[in-house]
Each structure stands twice: as C-alpha cells, then as structure tokens.
Design a protein. Structure first.
Length: 247
C-alpha cells in the first residue's frame, strides 16, 4: 500500500472519528437536522477536510446523512426538530488529501425505547464481529456471514439491498461488502485493501423504499425503526486496523 494513501486515510479517519464522537455529544432534543448539518459542515472544513457529499454527481442536500426513526439510510437533513426518544442515524463521508473515509453510528436522542436501544447494541456487535473476520486471505463472505449471524440471533431484520463497499480514491469502490453471505466465498482480502463494513438492521421486516418527497431518504415499508453502523477498515499484514475510531 502506497504511503500517501495510508497516511491520508489514517489522518482522514482520525478526523472523521473525532468529529462523529463530538457530534454524538452535540446532538440534543429540539435541534433540527438542518442545524446539525450546518454544524457538521463547519466542523469538516475547520478540521481541514472536504465535504464529500458536495462531490456527488447527483446533488445531495447536506454534508451528512441524518436518518430518523423509520428512515434507514441516506436521510436528507430536514427542518423538523428531533424529539426525546427519536432514533437517529448519522452517516458521514469526508475527503482528505485525495482519499475518502466513511463511518456511521446510530443513537437515541435522550431516553428511548429499550427495544431500539437493544437493536443499536446488537447492530454495533454485528459490526465488530464482521470487523474481527478481516485479515489477508479472508473472504468477503466471511464478513457477511458473521454480521448476519449476530443480527439474526438478535431477532432483527437483515437489510440486503444496501451494503458495504471498498473505499479510497473514490467513495465507493470494489469489492461489495454485503451484510450476509457464506464463509469461504467472494473476494479474497489482501494487505492494503480498505473497505467499509456497515451492518443495517430493523425491528420489523427488511423491505424498504426511497421517499419520493426528497428523493434520498430510504424508509422502512412497515414503518419500523432502522439502524446503521459503519467503520472504514484497513487490511494489515496481521489482521486489520479500524481507521475511523477516535483516538
């Protein structure tokens, strides 16, 4: 792996990880999606990175995806205030020194439903179980199998039509990284690969659709709550390195 890529993605991942950790502390009931989005945009620039969503071919109306309650992913920031007990998922990509990093987390605004709290915990566990499979010679199917096993054991719906991906010079690269799969199948990981593992789950059935009103927000068909967690991972000689953790 070229040193410039490794340095840029490590530094970019640190910026992203710290920004999301600060965002988690910043969010409070009563804030609107657009207020949060404006804060995130300001912070990305202040920390020396670029707003990746401004670089999409199809214009996205924000610097961060904010998905509330029955929204699963790709939520467009809105004017409606967050309420106590809302589930909100934040998905952020930044651009730094020619490379992208990507991470997401889901939280409750204030106190919320125990079922939603458990869903978030199980989905985070699924993410880490998937990450633990990463090493040179491992298959993409090993990751998907591990993620799916944890989600199903937690009695959650497994989202199959939105998946993880490679990342680097562009936001989405090969290989695809599904949240389901069979051990020993799919792309074989090699040292220097950078991938995004991003489990998505729901409390109901996994069927979903894109909201026609904003053209971006993916919503659960049955109105149940969706969940999304993600990290950017580097394949190292002896396993993996999580690039988007705050350190």
């Amino acid at each position: 792996m070229a040193n410039d890529k490794l340095t840029a993605m490590r530094e970019g991942g640190q910026i992203l990880g710290r920004l999301l950790a600060d965002l988690k502390e910043y969010v409070k009931p009563g804030m609107t999606g657009k207020e949060i989005d404006a804060w995130v945009r300001k912070e990305i620039v202040a920390r020396g990175a670029g707003v990746a969503y401004d670089m999409l071919e199809e214009e996205f109306p924000g610097a961060i995806c904010i998905s509330i309650n029955d929204q699963l992913v790709h939520g467009a920031p809105k004017d409606e205030p967050l309420e106590e007990g809302d589930k909100v998922s934040f998905d952020l990509v930044i651009y730094y020194k020619g490379y992208f990093t990507d991470s997401a987390f889901t939280m409750l605004v204030g106190k919320g439903s125990p079922a939603v709290k458990k869903m978030i915990s199980v989905t985070e566990s699924a993410l880490w179980e998937g990450i633990e499979q990463v090493k040179p010679g491992a298959h993409i199917g090993d990751i998907g199998h591990a993620v799916e096993k944890v989600l199903r054991a937690g009695h959650l719906g497994v989202i199959e039509n939105y998946i993880g991906h490679g990342i680097g010079k562009t936001m989405h690269e090969a290989p695809e990284v599904p949240n389901y799969g069979r051990k020993g199948t799919g792309y074989v990981l090699k040292v220097g690969d950078t991938i995004c593992i991003e489990p998505m789950s729901c409390l109901g059935k996994p069927a979903n659709y894109v909201d026609k009103e904003d053209g971006w927000s993916v919503k659960m068909k049955d109105g149940s709550i969706g969940c999304h967690c993600e990290h950017t991972i580097l394949v190292t000689e002896d396993g993996y390195e999580v690039l988007t953790l705050p350190k």
